[in-house]
Design a protein around this ligand. Sequence first.
Ligand code: 5GP
Ligand code: MG
Ligand code: MG
Length: 184
Amino acid sequence: MKTLLTREELNQGVARMAGQIHDRYADRQLTIISVLTGSMVLVADLIREIDLPMRLGVIEASSYRGATTTRGELTINAKPMLDITGRDVLLVDDIFDTGHTLVKVIEKMQEFNPASVRSAVLLRKHGRQEVQAVPDFVAFDIPDEFVVGYGLDYEDLYRNLPYLAALEEHDLDHHKKLVEVHKS
Ligand code: 5GP
Ligand code: MG
Ligand code: MG
């Protein structure tokens, strides 16, 4: 695996984005909605850098996908979400790739009539966007590579890496072994 962002770089980028969020909302109360599962690590770090009154909730967005560029079917589950009616909502997701996930989640939010909806992502992948919408806050722009760590997975593994890494061809052999060990 090739490290793209170290632990220190991630910390700095998240703190920088937290400052921008803080300044934008000034003294308003925030409702953070974490898009599961990829944003868990980011959200845990981000909210502790924002000194504003805030509520924290989750929404689930899942689409099956491997280390390829093909998109699976996207499903949104808003059942576990906090009440957001009349609230200033900040959606937090791990990565803005084609952008379809964020657009769908924002549409879902609108059904509950929030006062406002903005979005923050850890990563924006270069040259991949297929939608008009853009995230309001972006910590890092990265090249078009499949990345894992700091919450992001490949087949549900690697979310716990404290750094962000690009998966390379030879990592896939190691990955297959991890999967096989589990099955045996
Ligand atoms: P989008 O709908 O913007 O194309 O994709 C968003 C979702 O796809 C992300 O929330 C993430 O779950 C997944 N995704 C997109 N690119 C990557 C990547 O490079 N690595 C990982 N682990 N997931 C990705
Ligand atoms: Mg996701
Ligand atoms: Mg994933």
